[in-house]
Design a protein around this ligand. Structure first.
Ligand code: BGP
Length: 494
């Protein structure tokens, strides 16, 4: 046990999940398929495949993270013989009361969840929302409020309605903006006075690595992805403004997958290259927090001969729709080098990196770096001067149930403790305004990148294996009591 200084009084301790990985019930009560529902996988630990059907009825699979070879005349679809772990997830749909009671027992002040767009507007562009889909979230939100848990809602977490892809390649087309706005407006009306914190797009910058998960776009082509990113950022700005008009209490954040990167050496080109590499992420933050495309990005688009289709008034939309806070996921740091050819690489959150000799990795190769979190908080706070909400952080690991039924996940406690320590340093030593902390997968759920259940993050174990077999029984891990005490002591006892 480590004793440190208590966190600020209003600090939002909690946990995070996403509908597509957690809820299951993928076709219940009027829901239709989303981008996540056509991702097979889970068995091997490899990156997941997207399944498709061709016009002639033949089916196939392609790695969802490199869609360059997506066949012509094919469309993403559920196919016979493939296994889709998200279809059952952790079955929150039928366990929400039990799960929220466990979150309350840990003392959560907030709970970050996402709403599945495809439950509310199953085709993405329906004229009216699906009442049954809304009814589910009414119950979830009521249950949270019963325990005084503040909902933090992600509006789009890797879950674009598949019909929008089939119609016009989803976010590659400007029409998706108004569909998204209609969906958000429905939620802002429905949950006025009940929900205060919203996040527009989960890890919006990951579109660079996965146009599919992030935006439901079938393409690896830069022009298409830059256009889709532009549409998402316009949509984010419009939704922020809409939220403020509808309720001045609404706080809307943008969100980045933040992986700070270090130059491998002090060679000036490594340092310069590293700045440029980081700009690929910061660009998204710059647009959504400052309200315009930064000059370095404009130059890059010119150089690469990428021409964005824009409309009059877009500049004003971006300028007037800057977000209220920066939400981040943080799992690891990366290394940049200009002479990387012979260097060892390792995998990471939606990316790969050169290996940092000073860091250990998780079983999946993600480089564990608590100080990198403090560095990230400093970088982002200095750049934007807005509160930062750490809405994802955690260790994916294989857990073992002991003979006495216990799960002693000391490795997870160690990871989280060291990261929380660094958040404390950022707050008290560096003066960063951190709003809260919601560790990822506070209850076990399906991995986004591999589809495995065995890549577990939770304080709560869910009995389900990589093939979808199990009782879905919930069981507290050792980290459950540990995190409960962290929250009780407001971060003083780690
Ligand atoms: C982030 C996603 C989450 C979550 C997490 C862990 O990129 O926002 O949805 O899954 O990473 O990644 P993984 O599930 O691949 O271990």
């Amino acid at each position: 046990m480590i004793k440190t200084k208590a966190f600020p009084d209003q600090f939002l301790w909690g946990g995070a999940t996403a509908a597509n990985q957690y809820e299951g019930a993928y076709d219940a009560d009027g829901k239709k398929l989303s981008a996540a529902d056509v991702l097979a996988g889970g068995k091997s630990g490899e990156l997941r495949n997207l399944t498709y059907r061709k016009a002639d009825g033949k089916t196939g699979e392609i790695c969802a993270f490199s869609l360059g070879d997506f066949p012509e005349n094919a469309y993403p679809d559920v196919i016979e013989g493939a296994f889709y772990p998200n279809h059952t997830g952790s079955d929150f749909y039928h366990h929400y009361k039990e799960d929220i009671a466990l979150f309350a027992e840990m003392g959560f002040k907030c709970y970050r969840m996402s709403i599945a767009w495809s439950r509310i507007f199953p085709n993405g562009d329906d004229p009216l929302p699906n009442e049954k889909g809304l009814a589910f979230y009414d119950q979830v939100i009521e249950e949270l409020l019963k325990y005084h848990i503040e909902p933090v809602i992600t509006l789009s977490h890797y879950e674009v309605p598949l019909e929008l892809t089939k119609k016009w390649n989803s976010w590659a087309d400007r029409r998706t903006i108004s569909c998204f706005e209609r969906y958000c407006k429905t939620l802002f009306e429905r949950y006025k006075g009940k929900v205060k914190y919203w996040i527009t797009f989960n890890e919006i910058n990951t579109i660079v690595f996965t146009g599919w998960l992030s935006a439901g776009v079938i393409s690896a082509d830069r022009q298409t992805l830059e256009q889709a990113a532009y549409h998402q950022m316009l949509a984010s700005a419009r939704v922020v403004r809409l939220a403020h008009e509808m309720d001045s209490d609404y706080q809307v954040g943008c969100m980045l997958a933040y992986t700070p990167s270090y130059p491998y050496s002090c060679k000036p080109y490594d340092v310069l290259g590293n700045i440029k590499y980081q700009d690929q992420t910061l660009f998204f933050g710059d647009v959504m927090m400052r309200g315009y495309y930064p000059s370095y990005k404009q130059r890059e688009l010119e150089r690469e001969n990428i021409k964005l289709r824009t409309e009059d008034g877009d500049g004003e939309i971006l300028r007037l729709g800057t977000a209220d806070y920066v939400a981040i996921s943080y799992y690891m740091s990366a290394v940049f080098s200009t002479t990387g050819d012979q260097m060892e690489t390792t995998s990471g959150n939606m990316s790969t990196s050169y290996k940092n000799p000073y860091l250990k990795t998780s079983e999946w190769g993600w480089q564990i770096d608590p100080i990198g979190l403090r560095i990230s908080l400093n970088e982002l706070y200095e750049r934007y001067q807005k509160p930062i909400f750490i809405v994802e952080n955690g260790l994916g690991a294989k857990d073992q149930i002991e003979k006495d039924g216990s799960i002693r996940d000391n490795y997870r406690i160690e990871y989280l403790r060291k990261h929380i320590e660094q958040i404390g340093e950022a707050i008290y030593v560096d003066g960063v305004d951190v709003m809260g902390y919601t560790p990822w997968g506070c209850i076990d759920l399906v991995s986004a990148s591999t589809g495995q259940m065995s890549k577990r993050y939770g304080f709560i174990y869910v009995d389900c294996d990589d093939q979808g077999n199990g009782t879905f029984e919930r069981r507290k891990k050792l980290s459950f009591e540990w995190y409960k005490r962290v929250i009780q002591s407001n971060g003083e006892i780690l």
